[in-house]
Design a protein around this ligand. Structure first.
Ligand code: ZN
Length: 140
């Protein structure tokens, strides 16, 4: 598998606009995008830090994955996303090494990325996301 960098760190928050204010006013970062991902029952906000993003996740549904996470653990770091050059191959590779997959095939995440989650039971407790930016590939 070829990981180039940490694409983003996903952070579960209970109030997106309050959290955006913290990241902007206290940390001095600039939110460049707010997007709802209906599939995941979340609203996301993105900040660029070098080549890594911070992805804030607010649940739009208490039964969604972020809603359940916050109910169990409260706000905090939710997942780490690695950028890979070929997500389909990477998934096959980790699966052949015995890693449990949450997503057997990639699906569409925020920002048009192809994403897939690995099960934290297989990744030393860290919910791990692989993502490939196919938008960039198309442009060469
Ligand atoms: Zn993510």
């Amino acid at each position: 598998m070829n990981i180039s960098h940490i694409e983003h760190i996903g952070i579960a928050v209970s109030n997106l606009s309050e959290s955006i204010q913290y990241y902007e006013n206290i940390l001095g970062l600039k939110c460049y995008s707010v997007e709802e991902v209906k599939d995941q029952k979340v609203k996301t906000a993105f900040f660029m830090v070098g080549q890594t993003k911070i992805e804030l996740l607010e649940s739009t549904d208490t039964e969604g994955p972020i809603g359940k996470f916050i109910e169990k653990k409260g706000e905090g770091v939710h997942h780490i996303a690695f950028a890979v050059s070929n997500i389909e191959e990477s998934l096959m590779e980790v699966e052949s090494n015995g890693v449990l997959l949450i997503d057997k095939t990639p699906r569409k995440g925020a920002e048009g990325l192809s994403i897939a989650f690995l099960h934290p039971k297989s990744t030393k407790g860290v919910l791990t996301e692989l993502c490939e930016n196919k938008n960039i590939d198309l442009k060469g």
